[in-house]
Design a protein around this ligand. Structure first.
Ligand code: ADP
Length: 424
């Protein structure tokens, strides 16, 4: 009978469809999902997860294991990329130069500081060897030695750029897990400034010792003369004592100047306060009037700025006294010294002008150095220590302003500095 056959046929068809649907749903769909997501994983997309309804069969277990794997992979990759970013940030912000090479000493990595130190352009670096890039056989030799001997080496190297640079270089091997050397690292620290400072300090100590020794030798010399020759003539003794007194005064002045300078160079933070210059100028004149009069030098004032300025009064007083004292010292009898102030935009300009011996261009750059004197003998006989102008420069620096000099030998000099006006 057809009817029951037909019924059976449809029943079987339905059953088959049901099975196909179930098979597709439970196996094919999850599998194709797994394939797609595995594909995404390979491409670097770690966010997708497999969504299936049934977790209690083999496919479900597979999906669960797969999702777990994806989660762990995502975590690991995030961790690695975080570490990579951190390493990159460190390399980029490092002051020291750093390069890493492979086992053949081809450069694999270089940080911005290293490029700056050696003034290197990118196209010159990529894939080139250490010797090709740095053209310094000492660098190559030390790196090779560090890699061959699997040890850390250090060496100070001079390189010739615009000016000579002194670099402290550290060479280290890179090992893999088995301890095999697979590359090398060089770290370059630029110690040029440090060496310069050391040099300056050495010179300074030598200068100070020399400056202190000269008057002291003189004092000892005269005292010895008196003692050894048993000089009893009152006049001679008095003459010698006067010289000794002068030299002792000079020593005291030198030490005072040195202490002033070291105070200014110290770490003390100074506070600029609003104030006017009039008191300071009055005091300067009061202190130096006699000295000027003795030399027949006219001290003139041309004040056209009375503005409040930001100053450290004690220090500006020291500056003015030093400048006016110099102007009197280095101007011939009958000359003229002018203290002038005027307003220029947001600054008050202060000038000390003389018509004295002047300073040549080449000396102008040097007179602010400690102990520098154009004519040592002359300055010394005038009681100069060579420190005055270095104090002046420091003070003006403390005021975040600049000092200028205009001078012509034989004509005279003008020292000019600026101070910030207090805004009304
Ligand atoms: P010093 O104690 O010898 O005056 P300074 O540091 O004050 O030391 O000045 C350094 C040198 O600058 C002086 O020795 C002098 O040669 C030169 N100098 C300073 N001021 C003047 C000036 N107004 N005219 C000419 N030369 C000057």
């Amino acid at each position: 009978n057809i009817k029951s056959n037909l019924l059976f046929f449809f029943f079987m068809l339905f059953l088959t469809l049901l099975l196909v649907w179930k098979f597709t749903n439970d196996i094919v769909n999850p599998l194709s999902q797994i394939t797609r997501i595995a594909d995404n994983l390979a491409k670097g997309n770690f966010k997708d997860r497999i969504m299936i309804k049934e977790y209690n069969n083999e496919i479900g277990t597979l999906a669960r294991v797969f999702n777990n794997m994806a989660t762990q992979l995502e975590g690991k990759i995030n961790q690695i990329s975080e570490e990579k970013n951190r390493a990159e940030a460190i390399l980029t912000s490092m002051v020291d130069g750093l390069i890493a090479t492979d086992a053949n000493m081809q450069i694999r990595l270089i940080n911005p500081a290293a490029k700056k130190i050696f003034d290197l352009k990118d196209y010159k670096i990529k894939g080139n060897s250490v010797i090709e890039v740095f053209r310094h056989h000492e660098i190559e030799y030390k790196l090779e030695k560090a890699m061959k001997g699997n040890e850390i080496l250090s060496k100070e190297i001079e390189i010739q750029k615009e000016e000579t640079k002194i670099l402290k270089c550290n060479f280290a091997p890179i090992n893999n897990d088995q301890g095999i050397v697979i590359g090398g690292i060089i770290v370059f620290s630029d110690i040029t400034e440090l060496r310069k400072l050391e040099q300056m300090r050495k010179e300074f100590v030598a200068n100070v010792s020399h400056e202190l020794r000269t008057p002291l030798t003189s004092v000892i010399g005269y005292v010895d003369t008196i003692l050894e020759n048993q000089i009893e003539d009152k006049n001679t003794i008095e003459r010698f004592l006067n010289i000794i007194k002068k030299e002792a005064d000079r020593l005291a002045l030198l030490i005072k100047d040195l202490l002033d300078l070291s105070k200014l160079e110290g770490k003390n933070k100074y506070v600029l306060r609003p104030g006017t210059l009039s008191n300071i100028i009055d005091k300067t004149i009061y202190i130096l009037r006699e000295k000027a009069e003795n030399k027949g030098i006219e001290l003139k004032l041309e004040i056209s700025a009375e503005d409040m300025v930001y100053i450290i009064p004690e220090q500006i007083e020291q500056v003015l006294i030093n400048l006016v004292d110099n102007a009197i010292k280095y101007t011939a009898e009958g000359g003229q010294v002018v203290i002038r102030t005027y307003s220029r935009y947001d600054k008050v300009v202060v000038e000390v002008n003389d018509n004295g011996i002047g300073i040549s261009k080449s000396e102008q750059e040097r007179i602010f150095e400690r102990f520098y004197r154009v004519d040592k003998a002359r300055a010394r006989s005038l009681g100069g220590t060579g420190i005055g102008l270095s104090i002046v420069k420091h003070v003006i620096q403390n005021h975040q302003n600049k000092i200028e000099i205009e001078s012509q030998p034989g004509k005279g000099s003008t020292f000019r500095f600026y101070l910030d006006k207090v805004k009304p």
